[in-house]
Ligand binder design. Sequence first.
Ligand SMILES: [Zn+2]
Length: 419
Amino acid sequence: MARSVPSGWIIFTHSRPLVTGHFKLDEGETSGAEGPAFVLRHRNLNSHTTDPMSPRETPNTGPSTSPLSTSECSSHNANVPEDRRENKDDDGEEDKEEEDDSCRDEGFMGMTPLLQAHHAMEKVEEFVHKVWEGRWRVIPHDVLPDWLKDNDFLLHGHRPPMPSFRACFRSIFRIHTETGNIWTHLLGCLFFLCLGLMYMFRPNISFVAPVQEKVVIGVFFLGAILCLSFSWLFHTVYCHSEGVSKVFSKLDYSGIAFLIMGSFVPWLYYSFYCSPQPCFIYLIVVCILGLAAITVSQCDFFATPQYRGVRAGVFVGLGLSGVVPTLHFVISEGLIRATTMGQMGWLLLMATLYITGACLYAARIPERFFPGKCDIWFHSHQLFHILVVAGAFVHFHGVSNLQEFRYTAGGGCTEDGAL
Ligand SMILES: [Zn+2]
């Protein structure tokens, strides 16, 4: 089902501060369950490169007719109650009703041309807002505004800019390049939330020092939940606007640092249970490094595609700072004790999962070898997300084994061991 839509350039400069830019509405095809779809093409006024209106992407729709000159019924719906105007439901019938309502505005012809233009502009703005709310369809990478261009191996399936949080959150249930990124960390976040709550409500009898141990393991859960929730939120609202994308990308990167710092806390606590001094020193060092990573991730350049490798390097480096306490632990406990009671195998598996994820992310594998084939599923960022959740779970498993060992051994310490 297609619908007649006026095409032409629309310039928004007033009313809603979010709606600023050049847009063109082209009649589109039906995009499945959402009903009629229209291509919403956005040209960022600050963009200097690709013109999204390139001939390849935009067939000529004939003489341009400004929506402002839809003479049959271009009146502003000044008499429509406020709640009606706010209702951005997908129902196509409503559009017709509103058009009818707007026709009732008898005072329109008596207005000055400037006032007519102003009212018509608001009407169009409202219509465009509805398009953002639910009737968008995915667009190719090369028509994205610069601030949405991240991975040029993902050729199609991108969300257009949608300066509406409601539209962004609705897009969680649509299929596009970010669907997998959102759901992997949304489900991971819920999983760790449930696991964390279950752990916190374990009977105190299962711990040597219940409050202390629950706080220490709680820090790990807090880091994991913050990381995963910042991540799925970032991927959800990434297409809102340049400003929102920047703020949430910084939160996303900070979340990775929180996960790494939080992972160190219970591991150092149990591994150096009998050597509190080195445990404390390592904790301070990892906190300083983590805060340094958070600080650098607040710089705008850090989120740009050119710094993808640097980003991966910063967080892998932060994780690899654990090599020093690991060597300390292995030397003081011996390899056998470190791998059996010290759960070194799980720690190595966790490191392997995180580093593999970071390498896939930095090198953009597999989409690098199959451009356009991994647009929706199995692209590097999704694999990286899955490996982060798996790595965090493996770490939790190792830490809970360490906790069980401590419970079995009791609170006492041997003369020269760290464990
Ligand atoms: Zn991500």
